[in-house]
Design a protein around this ligand. Sequence first.
Ligand SMILES: [Zn+2]
Length: 139
Amino acid sequence: MQSATVQIEPGALKEMEPNVIKYQYEEIIKHLLLLQDHAAARTCPYTPTGEMCIRKHLIAIEAYAEETIPIEDDPTYREKLERLETEARSYRLDQEAVLCGEKTQLLEGLDHWARKQRKEFELRALPCVLRPSGPAEGR
Ligand SMILES: [Zn+2]
């Protein structure tokens, strides 16, 4: 009987990974961008209060970070993703505490955090590697 499982040739996953990785980082960056805008404006275009949308972006960031860690080869980026996941979760739990009336004030600086995190990952979503033009390059 034929198995329904698709057999992947050894090495094929490696060739597929750059696109998968690119997609994952694009999703992370998209949600960080929206989070930054919506946290700064305290509104969201498609919800009445905005708070639920911020929670949604945070959950998405958490989920994409978690999902990307095992397919990321670079230990530096794995660490960045782990930090992103942990911090997104704590902002999300803070958001929930406010939504549920357990506290009144949100943690400050969510928009700045989103911007800083986006800067960490922006280059990773490019299909090429940019060469730094520092003193090492002679200019
Ligand atoms: Zn939003």
